[in-house]
Design a protein around this ligand. Structure first.
Ligand code: GAL
Length: 958
């Protein structure tokens, strides 16, 4: 098979953005101009090369009856069960030889064909014109209508429009689109995501009446000193602008200043308006707000804002980046319900409807251009397109398509030039063009380390210590940079179990005003629904180069179920702080919002003993302006309360339904200890009795030779013994490029996953059975001298574990606790932290209470199986016919497979119950951190190998 760049296919490898398209303009839905969606089933033919077929398919009368069909919007590799090729996942490596702008001969090319009639209400063809709009095609398309070629374009996540009025017919219009997976544009689209060719956003035919609106720019600013907004709509086609609620009626180009309520992410006040030109009416949704850099801070409407953000890729586990409106709305609702106030549209402009939702529900948006050239890092950035003038027109085309499309969204407060594209003149040209075109917003680009082109200092994955230095203005760098605000455009890599350390970052953001917040990487796992694997990730389609499950690093699982990381994030970024000092009878309430008061919330208290609510009531909280706090008196503890460990649980809930959540939705909460826990005591009165190879002690039955517990009462158990291993998390393993210690690797090197248990003694004493052991890995001198001491009062059995590290331990332990097996267990009840999983540095969302679940329900479905599901601060738990009390509190994990099986699994479908429920009772676990891309757990969350003693009391459950 041969392929040469011929005149026919030259556009594929041409650095230019394309030809034939109309200039970019604002994206809007007309009130009265007719339009026709061309979404739906299209005829489809796949070729292996760009030049395999000629363009005869574009001619009228071509018979495509034997072609396959695909859905548009869609990616052909996700349709056709693998017959139409498959997805490829790479993080930053180009999956083709780097020889810009050349692309491989093997260049999957999809010919798409759609025949359509104009609807009955389509105006007479002689009246006005028509525009054909593509909202997103990856990566390069050539288009014909009724046999006439109308152009070709690149820029996958950007709109392209063509004037087609003169070509339209009433019936049997033939729209032919040839889409190439690889093109020169692919060099600019090296984002960390699946490579997914196709027409993945809407295709629409728009009637353009004579005198229709063309491009327009809504300028709606807010003066926080006077409380007025100023509106001016600049329009290519003159017309009238009306905003009935504000009594505004003026000509385009004129301005009006009137008192308004401003727009903010917290209070997204939109005013309905209209632009009426001679031939068209266009609805406007106007949000008045002013974004500025002032006093070294990003201010909106005169106030510093704090971004509590996420990076959002567009993702659906079946449809890839072809998102429907419901899915977009679900994303926005989930964000709002989890206290998120900002989104970076990593790493391309999203479907335009998403920005409408951000305007409507209230989210600050960093709108990012469709640009990444990360793969050039492999060659020291040589030949980087952003530093090569030949590519600059393509870069400017991308910048202008983003800005022109999205400029009328109040939610968009920052433009981002792109992601991980190195540095170069092309980026500077983009920044200059954007600054010039839109003076009302700021410019972001993380790669501009000296902030020559940008309005803020931005970084990704900086450690807590470095972020603190930046917050204190001790970070050095250029003078210009030192005077700019700081955002962490990516942090807290949410891959697998984690991220840990969110609360520690948030404390810094709240303490230093220069730190204007951060965006978690990332919103959703890009797992692809797969019949055998559950969710597929990199490598599952046989890619020759791939980056495995690095594509599954979101706060949502692929099916949009919130992961524990999202629940933790919601807690950490609560808009209201609720906290108190045990015993002083008050609670401190802080309004952490930037604009809103507390009137949307109502507050309540509940007094709980041993996790059971005893009494509850309303908490009266004074109105607090943003940033203000008050000490609020708690009622006297209920007189009739039983004794026991008691807590005040305080909640702030929505006082009324909002567009994004029902009345009563919990926004923030806090707990204050009212009466401390009394740890279980047990008088060791029973004696060990040895008979026929068996020792009994109270309800415990032991093997006399090994000292191994075999039953508690009638409940058979697989003997508890020390366990230090956990199925390493993505964050334990760390990213290959990390220079910091990656404990997951060191643990495995040391052999902590294959500890051996040497029995030294079984001593049946007066009131105790003592089993002495040494637990250690082969080939190493380190070990843990471990003594199990069993006592009983006749009814219960107490195990005290005493471990002493021996040798030179240079690594922390993954976990320290005991593991045992139960032959049957299903329901789990506990008093302690819940309802979800929590670890040392991801435990803010854990609420002390009475919880119940099942063994299956306690598993967290990380796409790549790994340690998960621990419940923290557990006082007691009941499962499998046993009650277990901890002294001190413990972490509880129960699963139907062993840690070793969990560790070996690549997908959840590899996990099958082995007939035993394995229970871990941990004295501690190592922190989680986010070293799969960022820093590991902070030192205070390391589980050091130190002498430790901890106890559990086992009783047959009632
Ligand atoms: C960043 C990058 C993201 C993603 C992340 C790791 O460097 O901007 O696109 O790759 O790392 O998941």
């Amino acid at each position: 098979m041969s392929f040469r760049t011929t005149a026919e296919t030259a556009y594929v490898e041409d650095v230019s953005p394309g030809s034939g398209a109309l200039p970019p303009r604002a994206w809007y839905a007309s009130s009265d101009a007719t339009s026709l969606s061309l979404n739906g089933r299209w005829r489809f033919r796949l070729s292996r090369t760009a030049d395999a077929e000629d363009d005869s398919f574009a001619a009228e009368g071509y018979d495509a009856g034997d072609w396959a069909e695909v859905s548009v919007p869609g990616h052909w590799v996700l349709q056709g069960n693998g017959v139409l090729g498959s997805p490829i996942y790479t993080n930053h490596l180009y999956p083709f030889p780097v020889d810009p702008p050349r692309v491989p001969t093997e260049n999957p090319t999809g010919d798409h064909l759609r025949i359509f009639d104009l609807p009955a209400d389509w105006p007479d063809l002689a009246e006005g014109g028509a525009v054909l709009r593509f909202d997103g095609v990856e990566s390069c398309a050539r288009v014909w209508l009724n046999g006439t070629e109308i152009g070709e374009f690149k820029g996958s996540r950007l709109p392209h429009e063509f004037a087609v009025g003169s070509l339209l017919k009433t019936v049997d219009n033939v729209l032919a689109v040839r889409v190439h997976q690889w093109s020169a544009g692919s060099y600019l689209e090296d984002q960390d995501q699946w490579w997914l060719p196709g027409i993945f956003r809407d295709v629409t035919l728009l009637h353009r009446p004579a005198g229709a609106a063309a491009d327009f720019f809504v300028h709606a600013s807010y003066d926080h000193l006077s409380g007025t907004g100023t509106l001016r709509v600049d329009s290519d086609v003159p017309g009238r602008v009306t905003v009935p609620d504000l009594g505004i009626a003026l000509a385009t180009g004129e301005s009006a200043t009137v008192p308004v309520q401003p727009w903010s992410a917290e209070v997204p006040r939109l005013y309905a308006g209209e632009l009426a030109t001679e031939g068209e009416r266009v609805p406007l949704r106007i949000g008045f707000r002013t974004v500025e850099l002032s006093d070294g801070l990003i201010k909106v409407n005169g106030r510093r804002v704090l971004f509590k953000g996420v990076n959002r890729h567009e993702w659906h586990p079946e449809r890839g980046r072809a998102l429907d409106l419901d899915t977009m709305r679900e994303d926005v609702l989930l964000m709002k319900r989890h206290n998120i106030n900002a989104v970076r549209t990593s790493h391309y402009p999203p479907h335009p409807a998403f920005l409408d939702l951000c305007d409507e529900y209230g989210l600050w948006v960093i709108d990012e251009c469709d640009l990444e050239t990360h793969g050039f890092t492999e060659q020291g950035w040589r030949d980087n397109p952003v530093d090569d003038d030949r590519w600059t027109p393509a870069l400017l085309d991308r910048a202008s398509r983003m800005v022109e499309r999205d400029k009328n969204h109040p939610s968009v407060v920052i433009w981002s030039l792109g992601n991980e594209a190195g540095t170069g003149r092309g980026l500077t040209a983009m920044a200059e063009w954007i600054h010039d075109r839109d003076t009302s917003r700021l410019v972001h680009y993380e790669g501009d380390i000296d902030c020559r082109d940008t309005d803020m200092y931005s970084r990704m994955y900086a450690s807590h210590a470095e972020v603190e230095r930046i917050g204190r203005h001790l970070d050095g760098g250029t003078r210009r940079r030192r005077e700019l605000p700081f955002v962490l455009c990516e942090y807290a890599h949410a891959m697998g179990n984690g991220p840990g350390g969110l609360a520690d970052y948030q404390r810094l953001f709240e303490a230093h005003e220069r730190l204007q917040g951060a965006f978690v990487w990332e919103w959703i796992d890009h797992g692809i629904a797969h019949p055998e694997l559950g969710y597929a990730y990199g490598g599952d389609f046989g890619e020759e180069l791939h980056d495995g499950n690095f594509v599954c690093d979101g706060l949502l699982f692929p099916d949009r179920q919130p992961s524990p990381g999202l629940v933790e994030f919601k807690k950490v970024i609560e808009p209201v702080g609720i906290g108190g000092t045990p015993g002083d009878g008050t609670v401190r309430i802080t309004n952490k919002q930037d604009f809103a008061g507390l009137s949307a919330l109502s507050f309540s208290w509940s007094y709980e003993v041993e996790g059971e609510p005893v009494e509850s009531g309303t908490l009266t909280v004074p109105e607090l302006a943003p940033g203000e706090s008050a000490e609020v008196k708690l009622p006297a503890p209920p007189a009739a309360a039983p004794t026991g460990e008691a807590h005040w649980t305080l909640r702030a809930v929505l006082a009324a339904e909002t567009p994004w959540a029902p009345k009563g939705h919990i926004v923030a909460w806090g707990q204050v200890l009212a009466s401390p826990r009394r740890v279980p005591s047990l008088a060791p009165t029973a004696r060990p009795v040895s008979d026929a190879g068996v020792i009994t002690l109270g309800p415990g039955t032991f093997d006399a030779r090994t000292g191994a517990l075999t039953a508690i009462g009638a409940v058979p158990v697989t003997a508890p013994r020390l366990d230090v291993w956990r199925a390493t998390t993505d964050n334990d393993d760390g990213a290959a490029w990390q220079t910091d210690t990656r404990y997951g690797l060191l643990w495995r090197q040391l052999g902590l996953h294959r500890m051996r248990h040497r029995l030294d003694a079984v001593e049946a004493g007066e009131h105790a059975l003592t089993v002495r052991t040494r637990v250690a890995p082969a080939a190493a001198e380190v070990g843990l001298s471990t003594v199990y001491r069993w006592t009983s009062d006749g009814d219960s059995l107490r195990l005290t574990v005493c471990t002493t590290p021996e040798g030179d331990w240079t690594v922390p332990l993954p976990r320290l606790g005991i593991r045992f097996g139960l032959s049957a267990a299903d329901e789990v009840r506990w008093f302690g932290g819940g309802p979800g999983e929590a670890y040392a540095d991801s435990r803010m969302a854990s609420t002390v209470g009475r919880w119940q679940s099942t063994v299956d329900g306690m598993q967290t479905p990380y796409v790549r199986p790994q340690e998960n599901g621990a419940r923290i601060d557990v006082r007691w738990a009941e499962l499998g016919g046993l009650r277990i009390e901890g002294d001190p509190e413990f972490l509880l994990t129960a699963r139907r497979w062993t840690t070793e099986q969990l560790d070996a699994a690549a997908h959840r479908t590899d996990l099958t119950p082995d007939g035993t429920v394995w229970v871990n009772l941990d004295h501690g676990q190592h922190g989680i951190g986010s070293q799969s891309c960022g820093p590991g757990p902070l030192p205070q969350y390391h589980l050091r190998a130190e002498p430790a003693e901890f106890s559990f009391v086992f009783s047959p459950a009632d």
